[in-house]
Write a protein that binds this ligand. Sequence first.
Ligand code: FES
Ligand code: FES
Length: 160
Amino acid sequence: MKVPLRFLLNGREVALEVQPHARLLDALRDYAGLTGTKEGCGEGECGACTVLVDGRAVNSCLYPALEAEGCAVLTVEGLVSAQGGLSELQQAFVEEGGAQCGFCTPGMVMSAAALLSENAAPSDDEIREALVGNLCRCTGYTQIVASIRAAAQKAGKAQS
Ligand code: FES
Ligand code: FES
């Protein structure tokens, strides 16, 4: 028997009917139809499934969907610019080579978004620390750190 679940998804209220044991990842991909969030390991090890719940980065493969009741959930689809294109953070991943196969990228971007919302000018060590739960098999991480650094610097210049 399915149970009701309501939450804010990328700023819009959604009302779903989900299995009681559903994971937030299932609610997003299978019930809400937003497939930007990826499932890698399904065991909390890779970070591909990272989304923000009330501003905090979580592994949606381990997060019970019903725990999101009444929360604000942000996925990679919610990171669009005011014009509807890529956000500056996403664009920085494109320009700096932070995405290769792209499978880890939604999780990387969401972990970076959580970091930058709390720390607008992180050091490289702070960026690496924020990504400690996100695995990438392609880039060697250097370009990912460069992407986040570039996004932070661009945002800083825009504000000065
Ligand atoms: S799919 Fe969730 S941490 Fe790997
Ligand atoms: S870009 Fe391929 S896993 Fe990270």
